[in-house]
Design a protein around this ligand. Structure first.
Ligand code: ADP
Ligand code: MG
Length: 220
């Protein structure tokens, strides 16, 4: 049985989404032909501005899911911090920043800045003064910057919590609260996780507005 959609395209084709044509072309050049299940389920909702909780196992393409939503929403000509991705570790933050830069290759002059612990604080202040569109980092260091006032999030319109389950396991809940209370209330919030323990449910209720939950079972 074949699945017929309105435009006659496969429901898994990136071209079934209303993505910028340069982004679409770049996906082809990266060898991303079809969306993974979590991308197919979550992207349409994220692209219309919904808050989304997305749960799928490791390796299912969650980074590109929120990365594409983030790039599609970004106004490149506005050189302000418009989106931020929080990750549990420096390694993961580096991987996310690399993937976002790869996806953004087709769009010129997008500045992604990583802010993680284990690197000197001073030079990060200098980088922040130069400005960025997107911040990727770990909660501890980002909390330090927002408390000191070296990172201002007044223009943030998209916040991503990646590997939210691990961030909570690592004891970052208070840091997350301190960061989130300094972001605009009308932001879009996306939460990605491999598992969905009760604590995630509680945090998502407190920081998200009418979220859509997307779950891909382990066998898919
Ligand atoms: P997760 O965060 O769910 O653990 P990742 O985002 O790290 O997974 O993605 C795993 C791998 O899949 C990465 O190497 C990424 O480049 C690749 N990938 C993501 N989406 C696609 C796609 N639509 N087609 C092909 N490869 C993809
Ligand atoms: Mg991931």
């Amino acid at each position: 049985m074949s699945v017929i959609t309105n435009n006659g395209k496969s429901p898994l084709a990136f071209s079934s989404l209303n993505l910028h044509k340069d982004l679409l072309k770049n996906l082809t050049s990266l060898g991303y032909q079809e969306m993974t299940p979590i991308q197919a389920q979550s992207l349409p909702k994220m692209l219309v501005g919904k808050d989304v909780i997305a749960q799928a196992k490791t390796g299912s393409g969650k980074t590109a899911a929120f990365g594409l939503a983030l790039l599609e929403k970004l106004q490149v000509k506005r050189f302000r911090i418009q989106s931020m991705v929080l990750c549990p570790t420096r390694e993961l933050a580096d991987q996310v920043a690399t993937e976002i830069r790869k996806l953004a290759r087709a769009v010129h002059n997008i500045k992604v800045l990583t802010l993680c612990g284990g690197t000197p604080f001073g030079p990060q202040i200098g980088s922040l003064e130069h400005g960025a569109h997107i911040i990727v980092g770990t909660p501890g260091r980002i909390e330090e910057h927002v408390i000191k006032g070296t990172l201002k999030l007044d223009d943030l319109n998209l916040l991503v919590l990646d590997e939210a389950d691990r961030m909570l396991e690592m004891g970052f809940e208070a840091a997350l609260d301190n960061i989130i209370e300094r972001t605009p209330l009308d932001r879009q919030t996306l939460l990605f996780s491999a598992t969905f323990p009760k604590q995630i449910q509680a945090i998502s209720e407190s920081i998200m507005t009418d979220p859509v939950m997307v779950q891909i079972s382990a066998s898919e």
